[in-house]
Structures are given as structure tokens and as C-alpha cells.
Design a protein around this ligand. Structure first.
Ligand code: ATP
Ligand code: MG
Length: 192
């Protein structure tokens, strides 16, 4: 399973999705693939440096069997396209049955993805619920909906919380909160 995102920051919605999709489809593992340059978000807001986002995701999955952090897109550099990432994974693991995991909001925009035809031919799409409309993909697409606990949590809300001084506890793991504090991300410093 390949679960791509900006993860700015990674939160319980991402983790609950990853473990439940892995379980539901009996996937060997789910890789939380950290986008290097999330080209669709560039210019809309400031993006936290990729190395910091990678450190947060690594902390989030460190103790979770079968969840992994993916640094392929960061190592590749430049703008991140799922089509390229899947091609790289398919070359690394020729026998793997790849799944691309997306929330409803991401699935709704799939036609805007770079070379979406390659994404669809290299992997099966897995769509999970997010607040908003339930997406129905074209019947020509190999896709499946997996029900996961619906958590109305977003990185956007978490960044707003940081700005306002509201708590992040229980919305991100303690390990992620430690990385945020250690690195002084989102304007949160180490408090004495
Ligand atoms: P932002 O608010 O900055 O867009 P986000 O919370 O949407 O952040 P992303 O990194 O943009 O997180 O999302 C990566 C993937 O995770 C997308 O496929 C998105 O649909 C999915 N996702 C994000 N939050 C949830 C959630 N609470 N439940 C299920 N899927 C989610
Ligand atoms: Mg998003």
C-alpha cells in the first residue's frame, strides 16, 4: 500500500487510515510516502521542509509493525508524482500488487494528477472516507472503497491550532509532538 501525502504534520487520521486499510486488504505493508515538493500545494501556503516532515512521519510509524515511512520522493528530489513513485516501487518489487491509498478529497482530484493513466495501470486505487462527498470513480478504474473510522482531523486544522496555541494532544502521536517541539516546527518551541 502506498499512502502519499504532505504530512504537514502527520496525524491520527493518517495513521488510523493506514493501519485499517492494511488490515482490511491484508496488505504486507503500507508506506506513508512523504511528498518532496507537493506541487499542487505550492504557492498556496508555506510547506514545512521535507526533512522535517519525513522526521515526523518516521516518528509516527516507528513502533507500528507493517507501517513504514517512504523517502523515495524526497530522495528523487523535485516535484513529486505518484506515477513516478509507483514505477520506482514496481521496479524494486516486481511481484508486488501495488495499492494507492487516498482519501475522498484526493480521489476527487485524481483527474488533475500527472499521468493518472500510469497510476491506474500500476496500482489499484483504495479510497477511504473523508468529510464531504463520497467519491465514485469511473467503472473503468480498478478501485475499492475501504471503510475506516472517520476522523475529522486535518493537517490544516492542526497548523491552525499551533498558530492559536490550542492543544495537539491525541490528534498527533506523542512521538510526533516531540519532533515538532524539538525542531521548533509550526512556531512551537521547547518550553522550559
Ligand atoms: P492538509 O489539510 O494540509 O491538506 P491533510 O490532513 O489533508 O493535510 P494530506 O497530507 O494532504 O493531509 O493528505 C494525505 C492523504 O491522507 C490524502 O489522501 C488525504 O485524503 C488523506 N487524509 C488526510 N486526513 C485524513 C483523515 N482524517 N482521514 C482519512 N484520510 C485522510
Ligand atoms: Mg490534504
Amino acid at each position: 500500500g502506498v499512502f502519499g501525502g504532505t504530512f504537514d504534520p502527520p496525524h491520527v487520521g493518517h495513521l488510523v487510515t493506514a493501519v485499517n486499510v492494511r488490515h482490511a486488504l491484508a496488505l504486507d505493508r503500507v508506506i506513508l510516502m512523504v511528498a518532496n515538493v507537493p506541487w499542487q500545494k505550492v504557492g498556496q501556503r508555506e510547506i514545512t521542509p521535507a526533512a522535517d516532515r519525513l522526521a515526523m512521519v518516521a516518528a509516527a510509524v516507528a513502533d507500528v509493525d507493517q507501517l513504514e515511512v517512504g523517502d523515495h520522493e524526497i530522495r528523487a528530489g523535485g516535484e513529486s508524482y505518484t506515477a513516478d513513485t509507483l514505477a520506482r516501487l514496481a521496479a524494486e518489487h516486481p511481484d508486488a500488487l501495488l495499492h494507492t491509498i487516498v482519501g475522498d478529497d484526493a480521489a476527487a482530484g485524481i483527474h488533475t494528477w500527472e499521468r493518472v493513466d500510469e497510476v491506474l495501470s500500476l496500482s489499484r486505487m483504495v479510497v477511504v472516507d473523508r468529510p464531504g462527498d463520497k467519491v465514485v470513480l469511473d467503472e473503468s478504474v480498478d478501485w475499492i472503497r475501504v471503510e475506516v473510522p472517520r476522523l475529522d482531523v486535518s493537517s490544516t486544522d492542526l497548523r491552525a491550532r499551533c498558530r492559536d496555541g490550542r492543544p495537539l494532544d491525541y490528534l498527533v502521536t506523542d512521538a510526533v509532538l516531540d519532533v515538532i517541539r524539538e525542531r521548533g516546527l509550526y512556531g512551537i518551541g521547547v518550553t522550559a
